[in-house]
Structure formats: structure tokens, C-alpha cells
Design a protein around this ligand. Structure first.
Ligand SMILES: Cc1ncc(COP(=O)(O)O)c(C=O)c1O
Length: 397
């Protein structure tokens, strides 16, 4: 019976059905206005995002990638400068550093949270000759400890930029919003994000007026006033149609996040009933060979942009195939850490240099966690995972 259940990794159509009339109205208003680039709808969204993220300013742009690029440019990062970032993240984090002629310096992750490990950042900083910034990533929707990063900023005298692409509404361990405590926070509105546009989009948050001004000039070719360029920027704007759609969706964001959190809690329960522990206990501790994401204590808030489990590497791909056979979509974030990517071979890293990143890349699997999942779908996913892991464990005995 359960074989007839289908669980895509993400179901955007299900969400769209719940807000369709509002979206259609918002889109129609933009079409009537024929005001597509910059303008009042974008400004309204920027004000709402700044308020939501507890910053003074927000500056929309064309993607999360461009948000990072613009942030680095606003800080004056350029050729030969070094920026520390994690290796276990989406490519854009380091790709943007490279595109500016700067050098990504990779740090390893903490195996419990999958976020950049501060000890590894210290080590990386010691290797640097021209360190200009540190860019932690709030991976999967869980925050790094920002207080520690801000202390590090004082020690090393370099700014911090947050790659908060996956973390809108995330709270850190002090209860503060992702993107609110560093020089600039960078968010993505890629459709799979908790707040996703109907196309590409991104935004930078900051409470520094100078950075806000620089970001808004940089996104329009560095022009101010129009057609006068004291710096060279990009064409990177968030268009009014996307802004109008995002304004509708923002009203539902907290409700959707709660849906993700309760789905994550349900998986946690079902896996724990089968004997799984959370990721604070390494797989080498034994027991049922599955680790759920460790949930941070309040006031921290994990927004579960992804729900990522860990299993032994010799069964991970088989588990993924089995889930596919049972009509369950999954994703591997990320199969190859950035320090092992061909395009970064010139940086001279070798396998084994960042062992936690390498191990996570071999052991993790993201399960569907979108808010519209039904109890039946969650049980189907969890049952398929537990049966497969049990069967594999039995073969080994
Ligand atoms: C951690 C991280 N950084 C940056 C980005 C880039 O965002 P975008 O796809 O909107 O360019 C993403 C998006 O997937 C991401 O997950």
C-alpha cells in the first residue's frame, strides 16, 4: 500500500495552491504598474526583510550568489586577499571569493552541526598572510555561534560576513537573527529556500549605513548618480515581480518554518524509536547506525531548510537508491567538499586535509522536510529508511 505514496524532495506546487489567489493579485498589480525594476514594491520588501531580520537595512539583488559577491565587494575584498570559509557548503560561498581574484581559505566543520568549526578557523587564520574576512555559513538552517565569531573578529581584526542563504529566520544561541550581527548577511530566495521566489533572487542585510549605501550602488553598476560611476559594480537587482511574490510569502514564513520544525521533530521521534541517536553521538559510538540532526536548545532556532541524516558511508548511496525505488526524493548536500573540487586544485589541498568535511560528504543525506508533508508521507520516508538500515545492519552481523 505504502508503495503508492510519493514524496518528492520538495513540493512547490503544494505550497503554491495554498496562496495562489494572493500571488495572482500581487503579480497583476505589478503588471498593471509596469514598474519592473527597483521601485516601491522592492523598497517595501527590503523594509519588511530588514524588520524581519532585525537589521536597519536590506538591499535586494539578483541571487544569493550575488548577495555574497556584493557583500565581498562592499568590504573591498579583491585580488590576493584571503577569506576563510567552510569547505562543506554550497559552491557559491567560495566561488564568489574566487571570482573577485581573492583566495578561499577552507576550514573544516564541526561534525555535530555541520557548521564551520572555530578551532579549524583559528588554524586556517594562522596560515593566512593577507586575511581580509571570515565567512561562516549557517548551514541547513542552523546558526553558527555568532558570539564566538564576533570575538574572533576582534582578535583577528577582520570583518565577518554571514552566508545566511539557507537561514532566513534562524536564531543563534543568543536568540539573535541570522544575518543581523555581522557586517553583512547574505540571503538567497532560490525557490527551494524557506522563503523562495519564483525564480532567482537574493538580499543583503546590514545595520551599517555605509555598507547599505555601497551595496545599493554596487548592484546598479556602481552608478550614483545615474550614469556616473566612481566604482565598478554589477547589474544585480531583485525585480518587482519577485519582490511582490516574496512579500506575499513572507507573511507565511514563520508558519511554514513551524511546519518544517514539526516535521523534523516527527522524523526525530520515529528514528529515535528505532534506536537512532542525534549527531552529537558519532556513528562510531555504535547502536542503530543513523544520526538525526542535533537540535539546538532555545533560544536558538533551527529552521530546517534541510533535514540531514548521517549513516555509514557504505550504505548511504544504497539508502538513497532504496528511497528512490519507494518514490522518495532525497538530495546529497554536498557530495564533494570544496577543497576537493577540480577548480580549486590550484589551492593545493589534499584528501584528508579537512576530514570532517570529507566524511560528512560521504555520510549525509537530506530527506524531504517541506511544510506540506503529510503524516503518511513522513511515516513512509521514516519506515523506508529504518527498514533499509536494519536490513543492512543484519547483513553485517
Ligand atoms: C549556503 C549557500 N550559499 C549561497 C547560495 C547561493 O544562492 P543562490 O542559489 O540564490 O545564488 C546558496 C543557494 O543554494 C546556498 O545554499
Amino acid at each position: 500500500m505504502t508503495d503508492s505514496i510519493t514524496v518528492p524532495v520538495l513540493d512547490l506546487k503544494a505550497q503554491y495552491q495554498t496562496i495562489k489567489p494572493e500571488i495572482e493579485r500581487a503579480v497583476a498589480e505589478v503588471l498593471e504598474s509596469q514598474y519592473f525594476i527597483m521601485g516601491p514594491t522592492l523598497k517595501a520588501l527590503e523594509d519588511e526583510i530588514a524588520e524581519y531580520c532585525h537589521t536597519k537595512y536590506a538591499v535586494g539583488c539578483a541571487s544569493g550568489t550575488d548577495a555574497i559577491l556584493l557583500a565581498l565587494m562592499a568590504l573591498g575584498i579583491g585580488a590576493g586577499d584571503e577569506v576563510i570559509c567552510p569547505s562543506y557548503t554550497f559552491f557559491a560561498t567560495a566561488g564568489c571569493i574566487h571570482r573577485l581574484g581573492a583566495i578561499p581559505v577552507f576550514a573544516d566543520i564541526d561534525p555535530v552541526t555541520y557548521n564551520m568549526d572555530l578551532k579549524s578557523v583559528h588554524k586556517a587564520a594562522k596560515r593566512c598572510k593577507k586575511l581580509k574576512a571570515i565567512m561562516p555559513v549557517h548551514l541547513f538552517g542552523q546558526a553558527v555561534d555568532m558570539t564566538e565569531y564576533l570575538e574572533l573578529r576582534e582578535d583577528l581584526c577582520v570583518p565577518v560576513i554571514e552566508d545566511a542563504a539557507q537561514a532566513i529566520g534562524t536564531l543563534d544561541k543568543d536568540g539573535e537573527r541570522a544575518g543581523s550581527r555581522s557586517s553583512i548577511g547574505c540571503f538567497s530566495f532560490y525557490p527551494s529556500k524557506n522563503l523562495g521566489a519564483y525564480g532567482d533572487g537574493g538580499i543583503c542585510t546590514t545595520s551599517d549605513e555605509t555598507f547599505a549605501e555601497r551595496l545599493s550602488i554596487l548592484r546598479v553598476h556602481g552608478s550614483k548618480p545615474k550614469y556616473y560611476h566612481s566604482i565598478v559594480g554589477l547589474n544585480s537587482r531583485l525585480d518587482a515581480l519577485q519582490a511582490a511574490i516574496l512579500r506575499v510569502k513572507l507573511k507565511y514564513l514563520d508558519q511554514w518554518t513551524q511546519g518544517r520544525q514539526s516535521n523534523a521533530a516527527r522524523y526525530d521521534q520515529l528514528f529515535s524509536d528505532a534506536g537512532a541517536k542525534d549527531s552529537s553521538s558519532p556513528l562510531s559510538d555504535g547502536g542503530f547506525p543513523l544520526r538525526t540532526p542535533a537540535t539546538p536548545d532555545a533560544p536558538a532556532r533551527h529552521i530546517y531548510n534541510q533535514y540531514v541524516i548521517r549513516v555509514p558511508e557504505d550504505i548511504r548511496d544504497g539508502l538513497r537508491d532504496e528511497l528512490k525505488n519507494k518514490n522518495v526524493g532525497t538530495e546529497i548536500y554536498y557530495p564533494l567538499p570544496l577543497h576537493e573540487q577540480k577548480c580549486f586544485a590550484y589551492l593545493g589541498y589534499s584528501p584528508g586535509d579537512l576530514p570532517q568535511s570529507e566524511q560528512a560528504a560521504r555520510q549525509t543525506l537530506a530527506l524531504p522536510v517541506y511544510p506540506e508533508l503529510t503524516e503518511e508521507q513522513i511515516q513512509h520516508v521514516a519506515n523506508t529508511v529504518v527498514s533499509f538500515v536494519n536490513a543492512q545492519a543484519a547483513v553485517k552481523v
